[in-house]
Design a protein around this ligand. Sequence first.
Ligand code: NZQ
Ligand code: ZN
Length: 391
Amino acid sequence: MRNFTWKIPTEVVFGRDTERQAGTLVRKYGGSRVLVVYGGGSAVRSGLLDRICASLADAGLYCRTFGGVQPNPRLDKAREGVKLAIGEGIDFLLAVGGGSVIDTAKAIAHGTANPETDIWDFWQRKAPLERSLPVGAVLTIPAAGSEMSDSAVLTDEATARKWGLSTELNRPAFAILNPALTATLPKYQVACGTADILMHTLDRYFNPCADNELTDAIAEALLRTVIANGPAAVDDPGNYHAMSELMWAGSLSHNGLTGLGGQKDFAVHQLGHELSARYDVAHGASLTAVWRAWASYVCGSNPARFARFARNVWGMEGGKEEALAAAGISAMVDFFRDLGLPTTIGALDIILTDGDLDRLADGCSRGRSRSIGSLRVLDWDDMRAIYEAAR
Ligand code: NZQ
Ligand code: ZN
């Protein structure tokens, strides 16, 4: 097991009607002037936003709302939020939504606490981030795991860059997880969320460290649970039991737990971010569109790992290691397809020319300045080959 440190400061409040505690929780974590960040309107239509504002008012807190955050959230929208928050003297950010809303709230928190710095400088590592404001999350979609993660992802439309920022300052103070809030989700979003939850653990599980028994067993249990419950949640987003399993798995899958002591790979996320940045693809779909090509490309570097996946996640037995490894990959790809998700880039109705493949590899390698992955380290040529195989 490799060395690690792990500190999760996020208070998790799980279950029905828990959003009613929003005001009390904001107060507990020091907020008095709250900016409530939300998305394109689902939280307004369901009445959730009104319930949250009422809870804040009951707790005696000042509340200002800031809506219109889009999926694959934009840098400019976060900048707009920073301006508003500074003007309003905001001291707490409350995100009501999914990863896009939570990440925007995190960005606004960083910008408001550092008014002298443009927030993109933090994402570009041009300025160190040393302080921020507290953020709370009321989760409405099990997917990105931002409600407990140390990460925030923004897209700069001007340069078509979708970049993540990882820092302990990104961990929310609290996360309200009420699975009943997801009943209004479109099926496609639940499918994308299910894939993203799986991928946060797959991107940790497929790594070169073999002697990490407990972490691997936790990862496998999480994968089996999501595989068992994802289809039922897609079929009926009002299925409270299935959504409970999914929501809790989503938070655990990206708070670090399923990779502790290992060496994160995350190549699939990096390949997918580039697709979303250029073609505005839903995050979960951007991952399943390249996973098959990635897995087939790297499998030969560590067939034992893929064979273990087939045995412990899919319950497969016997056969030669290579055959088992291939069967595990096929089972995962079939699962994504059965959820209605793309397993190639073409299935997203994106037609890539050879020049597009070059540009995707350029972006993903940040102008050939970095490699990605740990199970197998991938350079520009590898990235291009994977995009081509996914085409
Ligand atoms: O905007 P509204 O109207 O709310 O609609 C949203 C949006 O269209 C809808 N939705 C959410 N909850 C709903 C609902 N519709 C009806 N009923 C509800 N209860 O779902 C759509 C997608 O929302 P979004 O927030 O984009 O989804 P998700 O949670 O999948 O977040 C994706 C973003 O998070 C980033 C992704 O890259 C992407 O930008 N990620 C963030 C991570 C992190 N911070 O740790 C890690 C992830 O790997 C990921 O990169
Ligand atoms: Zn993800």
